[in-house]
Design a binder for this molecule. Structure first.
Ligand code: CTP
Length: 130
């Protein structure tokens, strides 16, 4: 059984998130997802709108996702890979070549065009700016 792992914030869950999780699952048989903690997001310079508990619950409820855990640090990628016994790390191609140092195979999948959490935040801000 091939175990695949991926990571993300999954804030304001959108179609790009669903697409990458579905395609990550197609790379193997069992999909494990690390969801970034609110503290990690702050370190990444992001402020998540949806709290961690809810982001986890949403990702966990997807049929393509088998297991979810909290990602506390970007530097611990390889520890998580080993802990969850993953054979393949999947990331969107905005991360291309950033994780070539980990101990398992890595595949960067093309992002879904024209959607991101940042885009949604900006769109909402525009609509409610007055
Ligand atoms: N992703 C994707 N296509 C998109 C947006 C995200 O494939 N249009 C992927 C990312 O490449 C990543 C995963 O979804 O592997 C989680 O991304 P995340 O950072 O949570 O979402 P973004 O929408 O990229 O968030 P932000 O705008 O805050 O960077």
């Amino acid at each position: 059984m091939k175990r695949v792992i991926t990571f993300g914030t999954f804030d304001l869950f959108h179609i790009g998130h669903l697409n990458i999780l579905r395609r990550a699952k197609e790379q193997g048989d069992y999909l494990i997802v690390g969801v970034s903690s609110d503290e990690l997001n702050e370190k990444k310079g992001k402020k998540s709108i949806i709290p961690l508990k809810d982001r986890i619950e949403i990702v966990k409820s997807l049929t393509c996702v088998d297991e979810v855990f909290i990602e506390d640090s970007l530097e611990l990628k390889d520890e998580y890979i080993k802990k969850y016994n993953a054979e393949l790390l999947v990331m969107g191609d905005d991360w291309k070549d950033k994780f070539n140092w980990v101990s398992c195979n890595v595949k960067y999948l093309e992002r879904t065009p024209n959607i991101s959490t940042t885009y949604l935040k900006n769109s909402i801000a525009m609509v409610y700016k007055d």
